[in-house]
Design a protein around this ligand. Structure first.
Ligand SMILES: C[S@@+](CC[C@H](N)C(=O)[O-])C[C@H]1O[C@@H](n2cnc3c(N)ncnc32)[C@H](O)[C@@H]1O
Length: 186
């Protein structure tokens, strides 16, 4: 009898593992199909980038395609900005919210939006780590924010059509980071 129970428990655990793995994989594929795979920014790079951005308490920090929210969560925690994370993948969004709850962060919100289809909220600093094709699709929206004085930080890839706003590059492995602004005050 005990061996049957043990067998059933092991079977249920295996099933749970495979179902979770399948769900996770499906959502990873979903992120890629929507424009950018989920590849988090390395934590040591997050700190360097945020320090270079010289964030102020009064600023709104927006992470487009925020993944687990590590960049916007660190910005809120270390620089007391107001943080907004936008993510299309519901699984990552829930995870980002859980982590920010664990950290007891205030002034932070996460929304499920497609950044190609929807309007972007107002922000002083916008962080992206997206594939070039997705960057190209949202470049007109980024340009509008730049013209209103926002700082745009692109981790990984240049924003080709915004070259005249380019101000600074952090050259680091595994990915460089590009800073864009209307006026050069960074
Ligand atoms: C390379 S990851 C970057 C994650 C996070 N910003 C970081 O640096 O750790 C790109 C993220 O963009 C999200 N994404 C892809 N297409 C999107 C879209 N159309 N709208 C919103 N988010 C999207 C993916 O789900 C993924 O989490």
């Amino acid at each position: 009898m005990i061996s049957v129970i043990i067998y059933l428990v092991v079977l249920i655990l295996e099933l749970l593992f495979f179902v979770s793995f399948a769900v996770f994989t499906i959502f990873l594929i979903y992120s890629s199909v929507k424009g950018s795979p989920y590849v988090p920014t390395k934590n040591k790079q997050v700190n360097l980038i945020l320090e270079k951005a010289k964030l102020k308490k009064s600023e709104i920090f927006l992470d487009l395609g925020c993944g687990d929210g590590r960049v916007v969560r660190t910005a809120v925690k270390n620089f007391q900005v107001t943080g907004i994370g936008i993510e299309i993948n519901p699984l990552l969004l829930i995870w980002a919210k859980i982590l920010s709850g664990f950290q007891r962060l205030k002034n932070i919100d996460f929304f499920r939006l497609d950044i190609v289809k929807e309007n972007l909220p107002k922000a002083d600093v916008i962080y992206i780590f997206l594939m070039p094709k997705l960057i190209a699709a949202i470049t007109p929206k980024l340009k509008k924010h730049l013209d209103q004085g926002a700082l745009i930080i692109s981790h990984g890839f240049k924003i080709k059509r915004l070259i005249k706003y380019f101000r600074y590059k952090i050259d680091q492995n595994p990915f460089p980071t590009y800073f864009y602004k209307l006026k050069s005050d960074i």
